[in-house]
Design a protein around this ligand. Structure first.
Ligand SMILES: O=P(O)(O)OC[C@H]1O[C@H](O[C@H]2O[C@H](CO)[C@@H](O)[C@H](O)[C@H]2O)[C@H](O)[C@@H](O)[C@@H]1O
Length: 268
């Protein structure tokens, strides 16, 4: 459950777009990737941005101060889909990585976890047979049970044991348990830093880790009443209720996100 009160705005999407239009040069748009810009797929490797997303993000980046994707995926994965968008910033692994001046820049505190995570991924493949999917993400390992939800408890137990043995953090998501380095970094921290000079910001998310990003918008509003933060959830029947209840607005799907942005861009 939510740890803090998260008052939502008594404003409509129309009001939010009008506010954005008035301060486009002070507005940032942040997006999660899986479940927000891309529909959920059984196989993590096969997810793709929904039709129209790259084009609309590119247009948006030409109109507002900044557009950024803040994902649990590695930056190298995000680059396979968004490398052509020169003006869209990419944060990977909850902000442990950022694409900067043509290279992946990693938080120094996480660098020593590359080899341990490679070993952990190999151990996971040996311990958790298919159809559990082991996704090695350089500095994190995600254990997916979407293809066999009945294995959730087994996956969770194995992950908890490994976290305890190796001093790692656990992040739960949509039919996934992830093992991360014990480095203080989450999406909320990326947003806190990213909105420091903004007058307005939107965040689009669908998963538990996105609630911290919503919280970062609320925290900024609390210290600066002139700041306007718009938290947008993307509906789903896994984490959807909790994410929607923390959001100002809920959209139906990644396709609805593309349409919403396209229509919003016509407002300014
Ligand atoms: O922060 P995100 O960009 O939303 O990443 C969260 C996780 O997304 C991916 O897993 C999810 O999407 C997969 C593809 O649709 C799906 O198969 C899986 O069940 C979902 O949990 C990604 O593979 C994970 O590494 C991310 O943690």
């Amino acid at each position: 459950m939510a740890e803090t009160e998260r008052p939502t705005h008594p404003v409509s999407a129309d009001d939010a777009w009008a506010r954005t239009a008035r301060d486009a040069s002070g507005t940032t748009f942040f997006f999660d990737f899986d479940g927000v810009l891309s529909p959920i797929t059984e196989d993590p490797e096969s997810s793709r941005p929904v039709a129209g997303i790259p084009e609309v993000l590119d247009r948006l980046a030409g109109r507002v101060a900044r557009v950024a994707i803040v994902s649990a995926r590695p930056v190298t994965f995000l680059r396979t889909h968004f490398a052509s968008l020169a003006h869209v910033d990419l944060f990977g692994l909850y902000g442990l990585e950022v694409w900067h001046e043509g290279q992946v820049v990693t938080k120094p505190a996480a660098l020593s976890y590359e080899k341990p995570m490679e070993r952990l991924a190999a151990a996971a493949r040996a311990a958790l047979q298919r159809p559990v999917e082991v996704e090695y993400k350089r500095l994190a390992v995600a254990l997916h049970y979407r293809k066999d939800p009945a294995r959730a408890a087994q996956v969770e137990k194995w992950a908890l044991e490994q976290a305890e043995e190796h001093g790692l953090l656990i992040q739960r998501g949509r039919m996934v348990v992830e093992l991360k380095p014990p480095v203080d970094q989450d999406k909320g921290m990326v947003i806190t830093e990213g909105v420091r000079d903004a007058g307005c910001a939107w965040y689009f998310g669908d998963d538990m880790s996105d609630i911290k990003a919503f919280d970062a918008l609320r925290a900024r509003e609390a210290v600066d009443p002139a700041f306007f933060g718009m938290a947008v959830a993307v509906a789903n029947n896994e984490t959807g209720a909790e994410v929607s209840s923390a959001a100002d607005l809920t959209l139906d799907s990644p396709t609805a996100v593309a349409k919403f942005l396209t229509a919003g861009l016509d407002r300014f």
